[in-house]
Design a protein around this ligand. Sequence first.
Ligand SMILES: *Cc1c(COP(=O)(O)O)cnc(C)c1O
Length: 209
Amino acid sequence: MAEAAKRAGRTDKPVLVAVSKVQPDERIAQMLAAGQSVFGENRVQEAQSRWGETFTKDRKDIELRLIGPLQTNKAEDAVKLFDVIETLDREKLAGALVKAAQKIGRMPRVLVQVNTGEEAQKSGVAVKDVSAFLTRLKTDYDIAPEGFMCIPPVGEAASPHFWLLEKLAKQHDLKTISMGMSGDYETAIEMGATHVRVGSALFGERDYS
Ligand SMILES: *Cc1c(COP(=O)(O)O)cnc(C)c1O
């Protein structure tokens, strides 16, 4: 990461989001012991059991980021647990988050997920709708996102998507750009990512069996 930042002539320091989903407790304990303090999870329930139960005492020292799709019926749990929700992508969810935040008394920071590949099955706001969505978030929900995240289509070069996300962030004067995973975090950093979400390259392969 440091080398990629240097190659790009960057003086800021991109943030490593350690994606701990599915990883066994001992690997997470090792990562905590090594001083890692920012973690990403893609499912609310799994994150609750990991950071609300197994690693409760470590929770206060880490920043926890939701990087997977969020259903409105889980909004309240997500607002309770996460510091940042990276996957805001529809008005219905914005409404659920605001309602949950009022009830609980805290509002996580948010990013807007952009569907840069215009994939039908993928969540995220279409590129052409981003401007209008940001306006609606501000006027109707009083939500000011910190930036954008994207997950480029599998099997395609990621760089055009990274380029697009960086351009959008600049256009809208937003500072946070979450892009890049194990296979392409260096490219993402060279193209302006402020946050890279890395799982397997950090912890080892996920064992889904
Ligand atoms: C799982 C996941 C990652 C990490 O993937 P790796 O290839 O293991 O680095 C990053 N972002 C999102 C949204 C994910 O769901």
